[in-house]
Design a binder for this molecule. Structure first.
Ligand SMILES: Nc1ncnc2c1ncn2[C@@H]1O[C@H](COP(=O)(O)OP(=O)(O)O)[C@@H](O)[C@H]1O
Ligand SMILES: [Mg+2]
Length: 266
């Protein structure tokens, strides 16, 4: 990542009382656990995870289906709602997400931390146009409205490889293909100029060709913006292609962390 872009980014998102030390990780899970409240007890699903992401780093999380990859990050970003009990800390440049007010965490999600999920059609709102959904993110996270928001939405669509942006902004998710909707999700994630993108199986629902295109797009955006990446997948090949380092999860635990090259060779 370029030092220039990193300083612009951090000044665009001032967080009172948290000046990151030079070698402090951007994002860290510290003894993080997640349990679901059942009738009379808590069922633990994530058993104490320690992970850290440096500024601009790409970290892959792989593991078989059901091992807790999604739950870890959904709970870390406090997206699971009631009935979920977590312990440990989730530190973003030293600030603990688990103790932030609802208002603060809402600004972090889609702001400093961008999110994309497996199935774009279920994450996009079916009754709002693409333009309205990108506009919402631009208003909330960057205070852009009117002409400025429109121009930025067009730039974002262009950035994610969607042609004919003016027309696309007026369309609804059902009028776009799955790959196109995933590009829209990425545009929405980029609208807040995130320091890190958490992408949970972002290509699993897509055809192989489209999958490769979306991975290329994520790689290009990282190269240009210096954004960090947490890429979650059950597919080691997908993760190895984009990530510097890979953490392997099994049954709610991290069982191994290694440079991508070393894991692939083994
Ligand atoms: N709302 C829920 N209530 C209870 N258990 C859940 C809930 N959501 C997920 N789980 C369980 O948590 C475990 C991890 O799920 P998940 O994180 O989705 O796995 P994956 O690694 O495939 O993303 C699974 O055993 C799943 O059954
Ligand atoms: Mg999952």
């Amino acid at each position: 990542m370029t030092p220039a872009s990193s300083s612009v980014r951090s000044s665009a998102h001032p967080v009172p009382g948290s000046v990151a030390a030079p070698h402090e990780p951007l994002l860290a899970l510290d003894a993080f656990t997640v349990a679901f409240a059942a009738r009379d007890r808590a069922v633990p699903v994530v058993h104490g995870i320690d992970l850290s992401l440096a500024r601009g780093e790409a970290l892959g999380i792989v593991g078989e289906s059901g091992c807790g990859k999604s739950v870890t990050w959904l709970a870390a970003l406090r997206l699971l709602g009631h009935g979920v009990v977590t312990s440990g800390r989730v530190l973003l440049a030293g600030r603990d997400l688990t103790t932030m007010s609802e208002r603060e965490i809402a600004r972090v999600r889609g702001g400093r931390i961008g999110l994309i999920f497996q199935d774009p059609t279920s994450s996009l709102n079916p009754v709002l146009t693409i333009g309205a959904q990108i506009g919402e993110a631009l208003a909330l996270h960057r205070g852009l409205r009117g002409e400025a928001a429109h121009a930025e939405a067009l730039r974002l669509l262009d950035r994610v490889g969607i042609a004919d942006g003016r027309r696309r902004l007026r369309q609804y998710p059902h009028e776009l293909s799955g790959g196109m909707n995933q590009r829209v999700m990425i545009a929405i994630a980029l609208a807040g100029e995130p320091e890190v993108l958490v992408a949970d199986e972002p290509t699993t629902a897509l055809d192989a060709t489209i999958q490769a295109q979306i991975l290329d797009l994520i790689r290009d955006i990282r190269r240009d913006s210096g954004m960090g990446l947490i890429l979650i997948s059950h597919d080691l090949g997908v993760v190895a292609e984009l990530c510097d380092r890979i953490a392997v999860m099994y049954a709610g635990r991290i069982v191994e962390t290694a440079p991508a090259r070393r894991l692939l060779a083994a």
